[in-house]
Ligand binder design. Structure first.
Ligand SMILES: Cc1cc2nc3c(=O)[nH]c(=O)nc-3n(C[C@H](O)[C@H](O)[C@H](O)COP(=O)(O)O)c2cc1C
Ligand SMILES: [Fe+2]
Ligand SMILES: [Fe+2]
Length: 410
């Protein structure tokens, strides 16, 4: 009888032996609404090589896929491109099961794997920029891509098949049997790859630019770019497109989109937010209103990846920012969105600290904070809502000027 979980051939002597995680919805704070895959790849060269592994609970699924094409004990080399546990979690068990001759990682990867699994660092062979290993019939070379996503991150290139195994870079969280991007709808690819960039890599944009420059200098022919999550890019057009998107996202050029994020207890900050949207729209902005009871922080940062303004609203509760708003702001602060006009607003009763704290946070984030926070006591009347609309128009005007300055620079 055939094994349930089988390898998937992606090129001659190259197999996908990863795992499909249909049910994961929380990836360290990132809501993965479509699940994900952990991609591992098996190279059936004379020296059988495994590139990356899968998250620990999926060890059996990976092993079964490997066993469908070869006795796992034949694996002689394992390459760890990234030591984060979604890719290394099954490494210790795999090492015990197959006793590989060598396990390769970057210098920082060696240290990180030792610190994760308390294994002897000498059991890891360090490889770095330009190093090449002969697999018998195939050659694999390495390029370090520090901070893309962690200090240990590196990519591996299989010369004979022109495949770049790019670890987290160029990936997306998307469960499914479609192993290639050209089998997935454009809308899903665009949203999930942008969401991945915004939630995992945005604050590392300077390192992304270095990685792109390095790949450009290496000038490798690319038939496939195979990340560690989601589908493989294999058409020339798809490969050019994802590389181009990364270059564009890393720059964070402002657009005419305004994102209004808020929460509310009794509806006052909500009606303020909606009045602000009226002003933004009248000022020519595309508007995205995100109430944090129905929008997730990871979707907020996705919208901000290609925006020009961020408006944050919170009622004051016990002298503080409302918890859901503080949560999203802490998340945004870490991911460092740039080139945004920003403003804070909110309803309060007697002390009204929340919009002031938000303004301080927006300033600390290095955003272009326009005005004093807009604060309204209790329930806004028509005049107060007029002020909200005016705030929207003021922000729209500021974004327009920001875009004009950007055009002049180009
Ligand atoms: C549990 C609770 C705590 C509050 N704490 C404060 C406070 O410390 N300072 C303040 O100015 N207002 C405080 N308020 C008043 C609210 O900020 C005020 O009702 C505001 O209009 C609520 O806006 P919302 O309708 O957008 O929730 C508190 C209200 C609640 C329900
Ligand atoms: Fe990672
Ligand atoms: Fe990952």
């Amino acid at each position: 009888m055939d094994a349930a979980f089988q390898a998937y051939r992606v090129a001659e002597d190259v197999y996908w032996v990863g795992a499909i995680d249909w049910n994961v919805r929380n990836f360290h704070g990132y809501q993965t609404g479509r699940g994900t895959t952990y991609n591992a790849f098996l190279l059936l060269s004379d020296t059988v090589t495994l590139i990356d592994t899968v998250k620990a609970p999926f060890y059996d699924e990976m092993m079964s896929r490997i066993a469908s094409v070869i006795d796992p004990a034949k694996i002689e080399y394992i390459v760890s491109n990234h030591s984060e546990m979604d890719h290394s979690g099954s490494l210790p068990r795999t090492m015990t099961a197959v006793s590989p001759k060598k396990v390769f990682a970057s210098k920082m990867g060696q240290r990180a794997l030792a610190n994760h699994f308390h294994i002897n660092p000498e059991s890891i062979t360090v490889v770095g920029d330009g190093d090449e290993i002969d697999l018998g019939g195939m050659k694999l070379s390495f390029a370090e891509t520090r901070m893309c996503h962690w200090p240990d991150s590196m990519v591996s290139y299989l010369h004979e098949r022109e495949i770049l195994f790019s670890q987290d870079a160029f990936g997306m969280h998307l469960a499914g049997y479609e192993r290639f991007a050209d089998e997935v709808s454009r809308e899903v690819l665009d949203y999930e790859s942008a969401k991945y960039y915004a939630n995992i890599l945005l604050h590392l944009s300077p390192f992304i630019e270095k990685t792109l420059a390095k790949l450009n200098d290496l000038n490798l022919p690319l038939s496939m770019v195979a990340p560690d999550h989601g589908p493989i890019w294999r058409t020339g057009e798809d490969i050019r497109r994802i590389l181009g998107e990364y270059a564009r996202w890393a720059k964070q050029t402002p657009t005419k989109k305004a994102v209004v994020v808020y929460d509310t207890m009794w509806g006052s900050t909500d009606v303020m937010a909606r009045a602000i949207c009226e002003g933004l729209s009248a000022g020519g902005m595309d508007v995205k209103l995100m109430h944090l009871q129905s929008a997730h922080r990871s979707d907020v940062v996705t919208e901000l990846l290609q925006a020009g303004a961020l408006l944050v609203g919170s009622p004051t509760m016990n002298n503080q920012i409302f918890p859901s708003v503080a949560d999203t702001m802490t998340y945004l602060k870490g991911l460092q969105p740039r080139n945004l006009v920003a403003a804070a607003f909110g309803s309060y009763g007697w002390s009204g600290e929340a919009p002031k704290h938000l303004t301080t946070m927006l300033e600390e984030m290095g955003l272009n904070v326009l005005t004093e926070p807009l604060r309204i006591t209790y329930v806004p009347d028509a005049r107060a809502l007029g002020e909200c609309r005016q705030l929207g128009q003021t922000v729209a005007q500021a974004v327009e000027e920001l875009l004009l300055r950007g055009d002049e620079r180009e």
